[in-house]
Design a protein around this ligand. Structure first.
Ligand SMILES: C[S@@+](CC[C@H](N)C(=O)[O-])C[C@H]1O[C@@H](n2cnc3c(N)ncnc32)[C@H](O)[C@@H]1O
Length: 431
């Protein structure tokens, strides 16, 4: 047998089941503050078959959305919190039991998972006793518990910006999770019919219960790509004409690059991450669209463009419906640096526009510091810079969503009856 490469990851024990894998994900997210997307990108579930991978991910995300409820129910049956690994097995079991899981199967496997862990095997009796009690009275209690709150680091600034009632609406949207949205390459109504989805007012197609994405019609042919309806709006606002030179300044994984290329732009897609740029390449390959790919730093990139899309790195607090790990894996300490990076990128990007050029600045953040305030401050720093409100006058855009300085504030509680949307901030700037 060849010697293992020194670059291979330390061999992780093969997860025996989706539940074991889900519990392991929870340990890393809650114990090591890792993001689920990072764990998946580094192969955390690669040892499972596709349906088991999907199940493990679903179990972990549903537990993350409901930790507050699970802990409340568990607290009644525990004198003190057990070690994190055992606590996560209990949380996973509690959420499954309270959401209609088969009591016998769930309790048995959680007990076996504990027994199989050398350090904590002695706690298998506790897990058995606690989960049996949860199976008996948890489901009734579950339904009367409040919608889980965001952690303080995020709840406090959001409440200050939007008020407590609106933040409760965000939390309800986060708890409900997100459907799958597709951006069509061609005719949106035809795509909605082909995939059995709903055509949204802004032109995206929504599927309530999608199953395996790559099995949907038109995937192989690249007739659509997965992109939240809110995330599809910035490129529509930029409204690129055929042949215009466009810089997609923070491009990976490339949803907006595909839109700009599909509109006929001469697109340069720039991103600092080689690994993430590989995703842009894959997406272009599947859809047969083209863009020049540049791996590099937006702050030192040179060139002159008719139009720029700056989808700046941010707290991603608008995407919690789809990434319920984020509030648990982050604590807000990185936001100051992100704000400084966003304004430096915006200043540099404005210098790359041809005279009369236009730039869309956007972030998938709910924090005004990463949206409205960035534009207000850019206007103060750059005499002659203007905000183009008329660019926001697009199908499906409610004019009530336009902010004082002329940007568009999208929120997870909007379109509640349709299944919500990601939080985003979008503004079109002209020099
Ligand atoms: C919000 S994501 C972009 C999402 C992308 N526009 C899309 O629609 O798929 C931000 C991206 O900025 C990239 N990034 C971070 N710092 C950068 C820098 N200094 N220069 C260029 N890209 C950077 C990250 O690698 C990340 O891919």
């Amino acid at each position: 047998m060849p010697a293992p490469s020194k670059f291979e990851a330390k061999s992780a024990p093969r997860p025996a089941s989706p539940r074991t894998a889900a519990a392991h994900l929870l340990d890393q997210i809650l114990g090591e503050r890792r993001l689920l997307s990072e764990l998946l990108a580094t192969g955390a579930l690669d040892r499972l078959e596709a349906p088991d991978r999907a199940r493990a991910q679903r179990l972990a995300t549903q537990t993350l959305r409901s930790i507050e409820r699970a802990d409340k129910i568990l607290a009644k049956h525990l004198r003190k919190p057990p070690p994190l690994t055992v606590q996560n097995i209990l949380r996973l079991g509690t959420v499954e039991l309270c959401m209609g899981g088969d009591a016998h199967g769930v309790v048995n496997e959680c007990v076996n998972m504990t027994a199989g862990n050398k350090r904590f095997a002695k706690l298998k009796g506790l897990v058995n006793a606690v989960l049996r009690k949860v199976a008996a009275d948890g489901p009734a209690e579950w339904t009367i518990l409040r919608v889980p709150h965001l952690p303080k680091w995020l709840r406090a600034p959001l409440s200050e910006a939007y008020g407590a009632k609106t933040v409760a609406g965000f939390e309800a949207a986060h708890f409900a999770g997100a459907p799958l949205d597709l951006t069509p390459r061609g005719d949106a109504a035809a795509l909605a019919e082909a995939v059995g989805g709903t055509l949204l007012p802004t032109g995206s197609v929504r599927i309530a219960d999608a199953g395996q994405v790559s099995a949907l019609p038109g995937y192989e042919a690249g007739e659509w790509w997965v992109q939240d309806a809110a995330a599809a709006i910035p490129a529509r606002v930029l409204n690129v004409a055929k042949g215009e030179t466009v810089l997609d300044m923070c491009a990976a994984p490339g949803g907006k690059t595909l839109q700009l290329a599909a509109a006929g732009g001469e697109v340069t897609a720039l991103d600092i991450s080689d690994a993430r740029m590989a995703r842009v390449r894959e997406n272009l390959g599947r859809t047969g669209l083209s863009a020049a790919l540049v791996t590099g730093d937006a702050l030192t990139h040179e060139g002159q463009y008719d139009a720029i899309l700056l989808d700046a790195p941010c707290s991603a607090t608008g995407t919690i419906r789809r990434h319920p790990d984020l509030p648990h894996a982050r604590d807000g300490s990185e936001i100051g640096d992100l704000i400084a990076l966003q304004s430096a990128m915006l200043d540099h990007a404005l210098g790359l526009l041809k005279p009369g050029g236009r730039l869309v600045y956007c972030t998938c953040s709910l924090l005004p510091d990463e949206g409205e305030c960035q534009v207000e401050e850019a206007l103060a720093r750059h005499p002659g810079l203007t905000v183009d409100r008329a660019a926001l006058n697009l199908p499906g855009i409610d004019l009530g969503w336009i902010t004082e300085e002329g940007g568009l504030r999208l929120r997870p509680d909007y379109w509640a009856e349709l299944g919500g949307m990601d939080g985003f901030y979008i503004a079109m700037l002209r020099i």
